[in-house]
Ligand binder design. Structure first.
Ligand code: BMA
Length: 315
């Protein structure tokens, strides 16, 4: 067995946390689990915040460099009061992911209500106004990421249904129109007695590399002291993303900084977005302890190699 040199693959930004509730100009108790994209050269962060009633809304912050963010004066999305969405978003909206495709931005989010948690899909052209498209799953789904490219004219997403027989696994589904999804198959499951043995879930929107689509996901391990949320990485085939080329055996990030270890929920690093840069690095964004937003940088080739060298099995 080879032991790797002692070095983190993800270099934390020395200015972490990069966004906290104190910087938000309306009353919120947390700032975390943000979807990320770049629009017209600007970094866009759509973050989740708890209100004092314990339910969540989505805010928006902007940045020129990907490190220093200015929140907009008002929330970006709050639970809908219209039609079918109002019934299924009554308890709040959480954990957005952003997919840039066909000249617009798709936002998937968890919609909570007395009926459970399901996924909502919205679109925006400019991050000023936003339009809801559809509720795209039934209950007991969280964490949906849409690939930023169509495959044989279909949209493709990774999703995460839950069932007792096959707890919290990762599936892939296809859609011709963003509304109707199907042809679902399971692609990746938690690995027994491994850092991600309890749950896995889609994390950041996958991005293209020379060798495959890189997906940064979260994995959960249950301890006597509660659950630990960490980040791992998997590589999907460029032509057929249902094929996994490799899943790194090791996690790439775990809670270590004080604001990741302690907060609203202890021991959590949770990603909803990453931005690949032209210089071969990727900025990975994560919520620390469901309380603050953080960022770190990794070298894409190193993450790809980690997936291909000594991979763990997918299912
Ligand atoms: C998950 C979700 C995430 C959260 C994580 C840790 O089930 O609720 O939004 O970051 O738990 O609390």
């Amino acid at each position: 067995m080879e032991f790797p040199a002692k070095r983190s693959l993800v270099q934390r930004f020395e200015g972490n946390p990069i966004l906290t509730k104190e910087q938000v100009p309306y009353t919120v108790e947390t700032v975390h689990n943000a979807g990320m994209t770049k629009a017209d050269g600007e970094y866009i962060m759509v973050f989740r915040s708890h209100l004092r009633n314990g339910r969540s809304i989505l805010g928006l912050a902007r940045s020129e460099d990907g490190f220093r963010f200015r929140p907009d004066p008002r929330p970006f999305m709050v639970p809908s009061t219209d039609g079918v969405f109002s019934e299924y978003e009554e308890f709040g909206i959480e954990d957005p992911r952003i997919c840039a495709i066909d000249g617009e931005y798709l936002i998937t989010y968890s919609a909570y209500s007395k009926h459970g948690v399901r996924i909502g899909l919205a679109r925006t052209a400019d991050f000023k106004s936003v339009e809801r498209i559809a509720l795209i799953t039934q209950a007991d789904y969280r964490n949906v990421v849409i690939f930023p490219q169509k495959f044989q004219d279909r949209f493709v997403r990774l999703d995460r249904p839950h069932s007792e027989l096959s707890p919290w696994s990762l599936w892939i589904s296809y859609s011709p129109d963003l509304i109707h999804w199907g042809d679902s198959i399971v692609v990746m499951k938690p690995a027994p007695y491994h850092w991600d043995q309890m749950k896995i879930g889609p994390g950041a929107t996958p991005f293209r590399t020379d060798k495959g689509w890189l997906h940064i996901y979260h994995g959960v391990f249950q301890t006597m002291d509660g659950a630990i949320y960490r980040l791992g990485t998997a590589l999907h085939d460029l032509e057929d993303p249902s094929k996994i080329l490799g899943i790194a055996d090791e996690w790439i990030l775990q809670p270590e900084d004080p604001w990741e270890v302690t907060g609203y929920v202890h021991n959590v690093v949770f990603t909803c977005g990453a931005i690949p840069e032209r210089d071969g690095t990727v900025k990975i964004y994560w919520g620390g302890a469901d309380t603050v937003m953080c960022v770190g940088t990794a070298i894409v080739d190193e993450l790809v190699n980690l997936c291909l060298t000594n991979p763990r099995s997918a299912c």
